[in-house]
Design a protein around this ligand. Sequence first.
Ligand code: PMP
Length: 353
Amino acid sequence: MSGFLSKRLSSLIPYTPGEQPKMLDLIKLNTNESPFPPSPKAQKAAAEAAKRLELYPDPQCRRLTQAVASNLGLDPDQVLMTNGSDEILYFAFLAFCDSDTPAVMADITYGFYKVYADLCGVKKNVIPLKDDFTVDVDGFCNAEGTVFLANPNAPTGLLLPLCDVERILSSKPDRVVLVDEAYVDFGGESAIKLLDRYDNLIVTRTFSKSRSMAGARLGFGAASKELIGDLNTVKYSINPYNINSMTMAAGLGVMADEEYTLENCRSIISNREYTCAELKKMGFTLTDSKTNFIFCAHPDVDGSEIYSRLREKGILVRHFDQERIKNHNRITVGSLEQMQSLLKALEEILKEK
Ligand code: PMP
């Protein structure tokens, strides 16, 4: 620390991203990326856009916003495109939390919620998940503040039924509820259809997972045009050009290739179901994941040991130190071949035990 850092930030613990290893031969199942390349249409469009980088991108991101809105049956002024969905989350913390309005979140959820709350200097109203890792819906209904709810949740992979999301939305109509749908394309039930009934709802999505564009950084928020207006106030106060031209073009390319995305999602879901069935046969306990990752633990081997033994065998998964989940690992669902290597490695680890 330099000694110049503001007092407000001196105790901030930043988010720890999953490792991006230099060794290319590692099987990388630690950051929930897609095992598939981006759509050829996205690649071609990005390469074309690279020829015009002397110009600023469209700050309103009109064509892409229009494409996303029409895909969801929304008005373009109900959508705000951002630099990954992390950026729309940050905008929402800035716009809808303050010293009187804490951020409501689960104890086990996407780690960035806590970091953004701390960065923005707002209090956290933490509602612990139940013992089976399901969301304490009554806890969320009764809590004061802006709600940040990942659905399906990460790293548990569990889906909260839409009727429960609605209970949270209607419990306090005068507070904002943000539903983070980063993983919704792998078997979730989207809250987008609730937007015309709840003007306190924001739904966020990412192009990083189902659309294979983690490296391009693209996400968005969908909400009433008034909430999107508030979020735009924040955006235009930070970075009007938040989406670069190549990403914008790639986003349009992938939106024009819906069948490619759907086919990849079907593959991931099928690989997930296969892997989960095999893991169960080996004695792992698993949550009923509706995402592109598996959250699992084994009664005979520590989570941290499984993590390190897999790493020695060239397979990278994600382990969290948080007390309640330290025996678990989060394993990204990759290609069938990657999943078979994972299962083989786990079998060896269990046998060696
Ligand atoms: N929400 C959740 C629940 C996530 O797991 C992630 C990915 N780490 C994000 C949001 C952010 O994704 P991105 O910024 O790549 O869109």
